[in-house]
Design a binder for this molecule. Sequence first.
Ligand code: ADP
Ligand code: VHF
Length: 253
Amino acid sequence: MRVVVKVGSAVLTQDGNIALDRMRSLVEFLSELKQEHEVILVSSGAVAGGYTELKLDRNNIANKQALAAIGQPILMNKYANKFAKYEILTAQVLVTAANLNTPSDIKRVRATVETLLKNSVLPIVNENDATATDELELGDNDQLSAYIAKDMQADMLVILSDIDAYYDSDPRKNPEAKAFKTVNKISEEELHKEVTPNNVFATGGIVTKLKAAEYLLQANIDTFLASGFDLSDVKSFMLEGSHKGGTLFTCKG
Ligand SMILES: Nc1ncnc2c1ncn2[C@@H]1O[C@H](COP(=O)(O)OP(=O)(O)O)[C@@H](O)[C@H]1O
Ligand SMILES: N[C@@H](CCC(=O)OP(=O)(O)O)C(=O)O
């Protein structure tokens, strides 16, 4: 199986710093996953990583792009060091919308990624925020990870978030909210919900995760949404084949 794993800014940062313990747990999990599957990581956190070093006003687009330029190598350096402990070589793949536009653009990115995977290297993908012409052209990394999953011909997308599942209403506002275990269909109404990200560096909230899952449902690719804080559900699902927590978006069954 080829698996794309997406991790959000909220998971990778804590109290204005990169959350090293969480990153360590993530790297440990991905190293295990990589023993059984081909793995592509889509990691957010460039802007948040930049902000740990330089407190520029994040409401200004040029500042945000500059923060991403500062933060991206910091993030990659941390990943490279942590994966080296498992003797895994990492590679940075930065893309903009233009790289995923036409079949021949996509083919070129895929050739790079295929070569990395064939050589057992872990591709770490992010948007090239520093040079994107519109503000974060692709919108956010939930949707970027869905494009990557489809364009790189992956079998599955895993989204690791600051929330452990998709609920019938925002669990931070409604303590009675119930988690969905499996979702086969996403309605238009759900795709147009209010956007309520839970972190200053996060972008899309649950809506962009639903859009990503919907895009992949159309392509017959499953999406599994689980917590990036506590990896026990994603480990059970991906390593032991046991669905305990987390939401599976699938057209099968
Ligand atoms: N129905 C819902 N189910 C789950 N989370 C929801 C729902 N509605 C709103 N949310 C919010 O979406 C947040 C996840 O999005 P976001 O903060 O952008 O995370 P990330 O940084 O992982 O991309 C949750 O923490 C939660 O506050
Ligand atoms: N490319 C940006 C991604 C921002 C973003 O989409 O964040 P998130 O909603 O936490 O996945 C970055 O690396 O900061």
